[in-house]
Ligand binder design. Structure first.
Ligand code: SF4
Ligand code: SF4
Length: 100
């Protein structure tokens, strides 16, 4: 499952930089999680980093985005293959320019 942030969020800013998938961003009022990018940290860490660091425990699982561990791993691989996540393989970057 992807996770989501409830209205108990106090906008303390600590979770955003901890997300390895850049799934967390500031919304209209509070921080929010992009379910398309949240893998529950699968592929990066053993536990959701945002949940571990949130001081008010306002990041439960999102019942609207139920996903199996395999689906989360597949999402992780898609993000990596797209070169759309930090830590993406270097092969996704442009090759070095050759000298004349
Ligand atoms: S569980 Fe992990 S991937 Fe999902 S929002 Fe939190 S830090 Fe990001
Ligand atoms: S760590 Fe928790 S309280 Fe702080 S911004 Fe993130 S969701 Fe909100």
């Amino acid at each position: 499952m992807a996770l989501w942030i409830t209205h108990e969020c106090i906008n303390c800013d600590v979770c955003e930089p901890e997300c390895p998938n850049e799934a967390i961003s500031m919304g209209p009022e509070i921080y929010q999680i992009d379910a398309a990018r949240c893998t529950e940290c699968v592929g990066h860490f053993d536990a959701p980093q945002c949940v571990q660091i949130c001081p008010v425990s306002c990041i439960p699982v999102n019942p609207d985005h139920v996903e199996s561990p395999e689906q989360l791993r597949a999402k992780y691989r898609r993000l990596q293959a797209a070169g759309d996540a930090p830590g993406a393989p270097a092969a996704a970057a442009s090759p070095p320019a050759s000298l004349p």
